[in-house]
Design a protein around this ligand. Structure first.
Ligand code: 1HN
Length: 362
């Protein structure tokens, strides 16, 4: 007569062999009290990532097949989920640094993943999105919405580096990927230059043709306009958690410009220290200007221009600007998806700011 324990061991083996499983042993890890993402708080220094990106310029070209020359960020907490080698920076978002050298072209394709770009360094390159040529300059924010043809061309004289963020891990989980090559290497330019900027040149004014067509009408948000908006905003009261921040939105709808990917630029005046909060959505930060640190779940992450770091779901975080100049932090997030699924919530830290228990080192 075998004991229950012996029977269970043998029962589990038979279940496993038939590709079945017992819920009663895994309910605790499925139903965590709070979000427990795979991603861990992490920070990459610009000098190191930029050096790797530049080195890739000596080793590979953005040809058909490879498509894009990008060094991506691989969150150490997510790496085991990516056997094929695509990066997750948070559980839903991928990000990387793309290099395009003078005279180079990256081929035209389209996919179901949405992309946003933030231009870190250089000028003279343009991207073509569904027939619209968009020149890219430092501090510009661009979108490549799902399903639109896009390719890049560099007519300038210095290497260009930019930050890409795509919803790759999310689409992978959803099993919703499609990818297609354009029949030629580059697509033809079919619209006047600055098309979307000419159509949307003032806030609050929507061209009449867009009353019923809301699909991503603004391809680029120029740094000059973003900076002016933040300088105006920062003469007023600060948000307790984000200081002075603007979201990049679709001007026809007010929804996130990148559809599934939210993005914002925030200004932290020199010396500013925000309060801590946490929220369900995850975020990726790229330091555009300035220096300081963020405290994430009690750990100090020191940053300066060009650094990239992440805030996993439900992690406490606050930001401090310590440089002589104002800091400008660009960030992307999965807030639009959390909101669409009615999953978002947020909480202020009970005592305002966190106790610092350590400093991050890579
Ligand atoms: C892509 O199309 C771009 O268009 C960048 O620049 C990164 C990563 C994975 C798949 C497609 C781009 C990408 C990508």
């Amino acid at each position: 007569m075998s004991t229950i324990e012996e029977r269970l061991t043998e029962y589990y083996a038979r279940l496993r062999a038939r590709n079945l499983g017992p819920l009663w042993n895994s309910i605790g890890s499925i139903m965590t009290k709070e979000p427990k993402p795979h991603a861990v708080p992490y920070l990459w220094k610009w000098d190191e990532v930029a050096a790797f990106a530049m080195e890739s310029g000596e080793l590979v070209t953005p040809e058909r097949g490879g498509e894009r020359r990008v060094v991506f960020f691989s969150n150490p907490g997510c790496a085991h989920l990516e056997p094929s080698g695509w990066g997750s920076l948070t559980d839903t978002l991928y990000a990387g640094i793309q290099l395009l050298k003078p005279g180079e072209k990256a081929p035209s394709h389209r996919h179901n993943q949405s992309a946003i770009r933030f231009i870190v360094q250089g000028q003279g390159a343009y991207t073509i999105v569904e027939g619209e040529r968009v020149y890219m300059e430092e501090g510009d924010f661009l979108i490549t919405p799902a399903g639109l043809w896009h390719d890049h061309v560099h007519d300038g004289s210095e290497p260009m580096l930019w930050f890409d963020c795509l919803d790759i891990p999310m689409l992978y989980k959803l099993g919703a990927m499609f990818f297609e090559h354009y029949p030629e290497f580059n697509q033809p330019v079919t619209r006047p230059d600055n098309y979307s900027t000419l159509r949307y040149s003032a806030a609050g004014l929507r061209p009449i043709q867009d009353r019923h067509d809301h699909y991503a009408p603004q391809a680029v948000f120029k740094w000059r306009a973003t900076k002016a908006a933040l300088d105006n905003l920062s003469t007023l009261d600060a948000d307790p958690f984000d200081a002075y921040a603007v979201e990049y939105v679709n001007p026809a709808t007010g929804q996130a410009a990148g559809n599934t990917i939210g993005a914002m630029m925030q200004k932290l005046p020199s010396g500013h220290h925000t309060n801590a909060h946490r929220h369900v959505h995850s975020a990726i930060y790229h330091v555009f200007r300035g220096e300081g640190y963020s405290v994430i779940d009690g750990v100090k992450f020191e940053w300066k221009q060009g650094d990239t770091f992440c805030i996993p779901n439900w992690a406490w975080h606050e930001h401090v600007s310590t440089g002589a100049e104002d800091a400008f932090l660009f960030s992307t997030n999965d807030l639009p998806v959390m909101e669409a699924l009615h999953l978002e919530r947020a909480e202020a830290h009970p005592v305002g700011q966190q106790e610092v228990t350590g400093t991050f080192t890579a």
